[in-house]
Design a protein. Structure first.
Ligand SMILES: Nc1nc2c(ncn2[C@@H]2O[C@H](COP(=O)(O)OP(=O)(O)O)[C@@H](O)[C@H]2O)c(=O)[nH]1
Ligand SMILES: [Mg+2]
Length: 370
């Protein structure tokens, strides 16, 4: 992927979309104020009135055109939006509908310009002040009905943008670790433990589900850590369309999956089901390597831990409660992140760097105090 213009949530750049009622009110209000009066002394009364009425028409037209153009210009250019945000945008509303609406809004601005021209031409064809006022009123009427026609469209934009802005600011040029596993295994605890600062809780606005974003600097690489409660914790076949689509959007940002197991009596789904869930996630997130983590070893018997060795093969055993095993896990995360940065073109291009191998193989010298 070539470099995109926006990092973070591209919809947050949209500052304000005024409702059509406000656009009209402001435009008419502005037209009430008299324009400059210079160089008018030698003109006849009729000529002055024609100029005034023409000014009013142009002021209203210009105000409406400015507002409509501003709406269109505030939207990020579709080719500059990361697929993660496109996918979510399609869940919240419809990317196609937004495109069509912006096209219509742009079209209306052009029509307003056209009406302005027509009505001003008419002004010059009469010498009667009453006719002139009538021509201006006719212009106002035509502007109003055109703008009102866009009312529903603009309302849709306002509503959709409000929701779009609640999506977290995700940095598309930072590698992302996604934490998955059954409910209650300790996903949120892990994100909290390994993030610096407190994770940001955002929303997937189309469901009641949230998305939790944390960050951690692995030396000079800023990594995002994501927890998606209620999304990556149940078998995929049980999901509805919206949840499946949400998972599809996460696929675009997941570079590394941490899958957590719980063998304690806390567990909400059986170990077999947890293993199935992992298989599901592996299938779904084909391009992201998975690191398996067994949590809560503080309340596991030695027998369980030995069993886990057989069951999960290569995996990490930790206790978030006792802060055990975290150093090794973090070293493994960093190793994987370095590898991903080296291999993934999107990061290589952005960082524009070649990480020297000797830099990567020095983990043992670093103090992983957390
Ligand atoms: N005994 C023990 N409890 C833990 C450990 N990690 C998390 N928990 C508890 O497990 C419960 C669920 O943790 P949470 O992080 O919310 O899990 P999530 O649902 O996967 O996000 C909480 O009550 C935690 O305090 C651990 O290492 N040992
Ligand atoms: Mg949680």
């Amino acid at each position: 992927m070539s470099k995109l213009r926006y990092s973070g949530n591209p919809f947050r750049r949209i500052k304000y979309i005024p409702p059509t009622k406000e656009i009209l009110e402001n435009a008419f209000q502005k037209a009430k104020k008299p324009r400059s009066r210079k160089k008018r002394k030698r003109l006849s009364r009729e000529e002055k009135i024609a100029i005034d009425e023409g000014d009013k028409i142009s002021t209203i037209a210009q105000e409406i055109i400015d507002k409509f153009s501003n709406i269109v210009n505030q939207f990020p250019w579709i080719y500059d939006i990361h697929p993660f945000y496109i996918e979510i945008c399609d869940l919240i509303g419809s990317v196609d509908k937004i495109k069509r609406i912006l096209g219509r809004v742009d079209g209306i601005a052009n029509q307003i310009r056209e009406i302005e021209r027509e009505q001003i031409a008419k002004l010059h064809q009469t010498d009667h002040p009453l006719d002139m006022a009538q021509i201006r009123r006719e212009a106002s009427g035509r502007f109003s009905s055109l703008v009102r026609k866009a009312g529903g469209d603009i309302k849709y934009l306002i509503r959709t943008v409000k929701k779009l802005k609640t999506i977290p600011d995700f940095d598309i040029y930072s590698p992302t670790i996604v934490v998955a596993g059954a409910p209650n295994v300790g996903k949120s605890s892990l994100v909290k433990e390994i993030s610096s600062g407190s994770p940001e809780v955002g929303e997937y606005p189309f469901t009641t589900k949230e998305i939790i974003f944390g960050h951690r600097d692995f030396r000079f690489i800023k990594v995002q850590i994501v927890d998606t409660p209620g999304l990556l914790d149940r078998p995929f076949k049980e999901r509805n369309l919206i949840e499946r689509q949400s998972i599809a959007s996460i696929k675009y940002i997941a570079d590394l999956i941490v899958f957590m197991f719980d063998m304690s009596s806390d567990t909400t789904i059986t170990l077999d089901e947890q293993i199935h869930l992992l298989e599901d996630i592996r299938k779904e997130f084909l391009n992201a390597p998975t690191i398996k983590v067994l949590n809560k070893i503080d309340i596991l018997s030695e027998k369980d831990r030995v069993n886990a060795q057989k069951l999960f093969e290569e995996h990490f055993q930790i206790s978030l409660k006792d802060k055990k095993g975290l150093e090794q896990l973090i070293i493994e995360l960093e190793k994987n992140i370095n590898q991903i940065i080296k291999e993934e073109e999107k990061f290589r291009e952005f960082f524009n760097l070649t990480i020297a191998d000797e830099f990567i193989s020095k983990e043992e010298e670093i103090n992983y105090d957390i």
